[in-house]
Design a protein around this ligand. Structure first.
Ligand code: DHB
Ligand code: FE
Length: 279
């Protein structure tokens, strides 16, 4: 049977990918952040699973607002980095894991989660930047991926609780996957940030810290936060944090926090990352 070894949460700030792609990580603006990420990268080097389920959001890159599903799972053999207007990022394409993806679809469908299915979606910074944060700039990514796209941009959005429950169902799906493989699950986006409007640049360290602490102390508390509260406290794009609830829901009650980083600012965001080993 497959084993879910750990969960990771990380922001997906595109500037971080650009810093890597353009060799700027040693410049003063980026140096401290990338030094802070070294233990995260060491952990990933030592704990590479066979497959990472990566819960992310598309930023109206692949999916037009004319047709936007709440949850979409990628069943392709391979996924390309998306062109977000200035050409795709110079990163390798990503091998999928159709067997695990279809097993998840069948398993969560039986638990009343009907996912949209997509075999050819291109993946934007919401997906590729977390990969770069974990694995740097390899010629080939060290693990296959199962993309799970969550609608966090076109209201109505799924609730924080719905995201957690989807995670629980995905956790059970992994546990019943018959192959003996190791699996990781990532929640991406956040933490507090707002990219436009009167409150552009808003960050809220107290809110973010409580959210991170609750991942260990009281994960259900993070399922009771409304979208309005996320957006009021953590900025409009802070609502991306609901994707971390999918990751947390998939893990068991007992997790060990083995890494945390919180850094302000990275572009317009409060950057946060955490790794939770699953006991
Ligand atoms: C930024 C953050 C995001 O989450 C995003 O999708 C785009 C930009 C930023 O802070 O620059
Ligand atoms: Fe985003």
């Amino acid at each position: 049977m497959a084993k879910l070894i750990a969960g990771m949460g990380t922001s997906h700030v595109p500037g971080l990918g650009a810093a890597l792609d353009n060799g700027k990580t040693h410049e003063p603006y980026w140096k401290k952040l990338f030094e802070g990420l070294e233990p995260l990268r060491a952990w990933h080097r030592n704990n590479t699973p066979d497959v990472n389920i990566i819960v992310y959001n598309d930023h109206a890159t692949e999916f037009s607002l004319d047709s936007y599903s709440t949850f979409t799972i990628g069943v392709g053999e391979n996924f390309r980095p998306a062109d977000e207007g200035w050409g795709p990022r110079p990163v390798p394409s990503m091998d999928g894991c159709p067997d695990l993806a279809w097993h998840i679809i069948e398993s969560v469908m039986a638990e009343e989660f009907d996912l949209a299915v997509n075999a050819s979606m291109d993946l934007d910074h919401g997906f590729t930047v977390p990969l770069s944060i974990a694995y740097g700039q390899p010629k080939k990514w060290p693990a296959a991926v199962v993309p799970v796209c969550v609608n966090v941009i076109q209201h109505p959005l799924p609730t924080a609780l719905r995201c957690f429950k989807l995670g629980q169902a995905i956790g059970r799906a992994v546990a019943s996957f018959p192959e003996k493989i190791n699996v990781g699950i990532w929640g991406t986006g956040g933490l507090s940030h707002q990219l436009g409007g009167e409150r552009v640049g808003v960050v809220n360290p107290e809110f973010d810290k409580k959210f991170l602490d609750n991942l260990i102390k009281d994960p259900l508390a993070n399922t009771r936060i409304s979208h309005t509260e996320f957006m009021r406290e953590a900025g409009c794009e802070g609502v991306e944090m609901i994707m971390w609830n999918v990751m947390r829901g998939a893990l068991g009650d007992d997790v060990d926090e083995v890494f945390r980083l919180y850094h302000i600012p990275v572009s317009a965001t409060a950057y946060g990352a955490i790794i939770l080993e699953n006991n």
